[in-house]
Design a protein around this ligand. Structure first.
Ligand code: NAP
Length: 282
C-alpha cells in the first residue's frame, strides 16, 4: 500500500483563502484583525518563524506589528510591552516567540498576555479551557493536525490514537483534542517502555518528538494515519520529520510530509485564532 498524502500546503492555501474572505468582511465593518509578534534575541530559527507569521498576516489582509528586542531586554520591560499590547485596541492577538533568553521566565511572560489575545493558546486559561471543553484558543500545531484529519473526513470516534510526545504546546493539547473527538488516546514519552507495541495498535499516530527516524515502517499498522509534527535536519541540512517517510508511506493509509505538512497548517491556525479573537472583540 502507498499512503495518500495529506498536503499541508494545499489545505493551508484553501483555509487561508477562507480566512482572507472573513477578514475582508470584518474590514467592511470597520475592524482589521491585528497580530503583534514579539521576538527577543537573535535566534535565527525564531527570526524565520516570526517573518513567516508576519508574512501570513499580510497575505490574509490582517494588520501585524513585529517587535524585535535585543536579548538584553529585561523581563520587566517585556512584561510592560505585553501590558501595552493588551490594552491596544488595534491588536487582537499577541504572540511572544519562544524560546526566550534564559534570564526570562517564559511561563510568567505567557501568563501576562490577556487570555482574550492568547492566540498561541499557551496561557494556563487557554489550557484549562481546552481541558474542560470550554471555548478558548487552541494551540496552533495540534489544532492544525485536527484540521488535517478533518480534511480527509477521518472519523475519530472509537479509534485508537497514539500521540508520541507530551509537551504543553503539542503532545498534551493534541491528546486532549483527539479525546474530545472520542478517540481512545495513548500518550507516549521518553519513559515509554515499548513504543513499538503502542504504535502498532494505533489507527492514528501523531509523532511530536524532534527525533529523526523515530517512527519506522515496522512500527505502523497497515492503513494507519500518520501525522508527523517533528522538525529536524538530516545530514545534508534538509528539513525532515520524526517519521521515516519513505518506509512508512508503504504501510500507512495517510501520511503528512515534512516539509509541506503540519508546518504550514500551524501558521494557518495562528491566522484563524487571530481572526477569531478580532471577531470576538466586536
Ligand atoms: P519537546 O518539548 O522537546 O517534547 C518532546 C517530547 O518527546 C517529550 O515529551 C519527550 O518525552 C518525548 N520524547 C523524547 N524522546 C522520546 C522517545 N525516544 N520516545 C518517545 N518520546 C520521546 O518538543 P515539542 O516542542 O513538543 O516539539 C516536538 C517536535 O515538533 C520538535 O521537532 C519541534 O521542532 C516540532 N514542532 C513542529 C511544529 C510545526 O509547526 N511543525 C510546531 C511545534 C513543534 P519526555 O517528556 O519524557 O521528555
Amino acid at each position: 500500500m502507498t499512503a495518500q498524502l495529506i498536503d499541508g500546503n494545499a489545505l493551508s492555501r484553501e483555509t487561508r483563502a477562507d480566512i482572507a474572505r472573513r477578514v475582508q468582511t470584518l474590514k467592511e465593518r470597520g475592524l482589521t484583525p491585528g497580530l503583534a509578534v514579539i521576538l527577543v534575541g537573535d535566534d535565527p530559527a525564531s527570526a524565520v518563524y516570526v517573518r513567516n507569521k508576519v508574512k501570513a498576516c499580510g497575505e490574509t489582509g490582517m494588520h501585524s506589528v513585529l517587535e524585535t528586542w535585543p536579548a538584553s531586554m529585561t523581563e520587566a520591560e517585556l512584561l510592560a510591552r505585553i501590558q501595552a499590547l493588551n490594552s491596544d485596541p488595534s491588536i487582537h492577538g499577541i504572540l511572544v516567540q519562544l524560546p526566550l533568553p534564559g534570564h526570562m521566565n517564559a511561563q510568567k511572560v505567557i501568563e501576562a498576555i490577556s487570555p482574550d489575545k492568547d492566540v498561541d493558546g499557551f496561557h494556563v486559561a487557554s489550557a484549562g479551557a481546552l481541558m474542560t471543553g470550554l471555548p478558548g484558543f487552541w494551540p496552533c500545531t495540534p489544532h492544525g493536525c485536527m484540521k488535517m484529519l478533518e480534511s480527509i473526513g477521518y472519523e475519530l470516534r472509537g479509534k485508537h490514537a497514539v500521540v508520541i510526545g507530551r509537551s504543553n504546546i503539542v503532545g498534551k493539547p493534541m491528546a486532549m483534542m483527539l479525546l474530545h473527538k472520542s478517540a481512545t488516546v495513548t500518550i507516549c514519552h521518553s519513559a515509554t517502555a515499548d513504543l513499538k507495541a503502542m504504535t502498532l495498535q494505533a489507527d492514528v499516530i501523531v509523532a511530536a518528538v524532534g527525533k529523526r527516524g523515530l517512527v519506522t515502517a515496522d512500527m505502523v499498522k497497515p492503513g494507519a494515519v500518520v501525522l508527523d509534527v517533528g522538525m529536524n535536519r538530516d545530514e545534508h541540512g534538509k528539513l525532515c520529520g520524526d517519521v521515516d517517510f519513505a518506509g512508512v508511506r508503504e504501510v500507512a493509509g495517510w501520511i503528512t510530509p515534512v516539509p509541506g505538512g503540519v508546518g504550514p497548517m500551524t501558521i494557518t491556525m495562528l491566522m484563524a485564532n487571530t481572526l477569531d479573537a478580532a471577531e470576538q472583540s466586536l
